[in-house]
Design a protein around this ligand. Sequence first.
Ligand SMILES: [Zn+2]
Length: 569
Amino acid sequence: MTAFRIAACTGALAVLAGCAASVPRPPPAAAPAKPDLVVMVAVDQYSAALFNRWRSQYRDGLARLQREGIVYANAYQTHGLTATCPGHATLATGRTPAHHGLVGNAWYDGRAGRRVYCLAAPEYSDARGDPKALRVGPTNLVASTLGDWLKQASPGSRVVAVAGKDRAAITLGGHRADASFWYVEDFGFTTYVAKGEDPAAKLAPLAALNARVRNEYLPPPAWTYRHDECRALERVYRIGSTDWKSGLPPMVPAKPVEAAKPARALQVMDPLTLQAAFALLEHYRLGRRGVTDLLAISFSATDLVGHGYGTAGPEMCEQMYLLDDLFGQLLARLETLGVDVLLVLSADHGGTDFPERRALQGDAQARRIDGSALLRQLNAQLRQRLDLAYDPLFALDPMQLYAVDAAGRRLVEPLRSRVVDVALAALRARPEVAQAYALEQLLATPPRPVAPDAMTLRERFAQSVRAGRSADIVLAYQPGLVLVPARPTRYVTGHPGPYDPDRRVPIVFWWPGAPAQDRILPVATTDIAPTLAHLLGIAAPADLDGRCLELADFGTGPCPAAAAPPARR
Ligand SMILES: [Zn+2]
């Protein structure tokens, strides 16, 4: 009956059926054109909590995006081990770390007995020609990206990425990027070169900016207040054995080198990243060549502020206003191009404020624990129980434990399984541990069609692991615990967790004339890449973890039918 009435009211019988008296619908917005330029922006450590805390305060670019765009303030990185390399790769590929392969910022190669940086790629070198520079490239990323699909469908399209961090630029650029640049202190922006490529030619698009960086931004300007509202958040906290003042300029640390680095970098990193994006827009004439181009930008300084000073103090307050200003500049610049632009904003992961401030604000769960002390105790138990002369567990971080022999190589069976079983039992008996899993359990976790906010801890971790790269044991601590030792002016907090503060991020889709909408349904960051592929009319792999979100008809029709959420494999 309902269906009939709707049909009658939208058909030729509308007037006869009395529908004309109903509230008139607003005229539909003009159908948007297929974008000439897609701009994908990630803000490193931009949690949904941070986004929502500042939404009403923004006045410039971020105010426009959240007022005019389609806003998902309740989106999720669906995986449980939340970090920069995995999160950016997920934005670019539409897959979780289990399927794009970058399971952490680093992992441990138990056969070689060494730590592997997520983007380590010995076949490339740094364009600066510095032999000590890390050799990085997209090799370890075992999935294709939106940029790769675009180049496949339209070889004339250009894909350009720029970021404060290499693990953001290279993952967003993908395997076939025309350029992936990241910021290096005291230099400017660098990139990777393959054998036979000319480093000077690869650096050429940003050579002029790099010269300016060295001449004008070193040393960087003093970090001072621009907003009284931020100054009002100053306060002294007792962190470990230190009375630490949260305020600007940052307190001078006992070891200047450690803290001076982030403090220096975050003065200039995001503004320079935007300058680099502008230079690349011009160099490649993005969006103005009759094909669709992709520009990916990751602003990294929010993450440095979060780690170094927390997420709720005067430092983050100033950073939020800086970002607002930078997004204002970005939108203004895009509008001068006179082409059809679509921008998407999201984050690689969220973040958590430091526990001492959270406790003062009434968070009863907020507490700092020493992950390495826990590991020492666990190893002592294992040595005794299994009569071993060495520590059989090794950790790059306290949530991922590798079973190793005396030489640091992967343990062989049956001892490996024995170590894992005894360690799991010991971990599960500890009050600070919420859950602990063997890698095999996670790899065997069956797929289930479930919304990202309803996933179990086990399902979240299952999205984060891959055989050959991931640890033998993955564990979650109780919500609210921070695993970073008390080292103010270096790192006061982290974000490795499987809980909402670290998983929940915003997604905003914006284009001129977008229908201003807030959508509260939980969606996944894996949905971004298939959504963009659909509206650009380019083919994406069929087995992505995300699904197309219905935004508007850009001439490619509605999303392919996908009534149920995809199985979270
Ligand atoms: Zn990050």
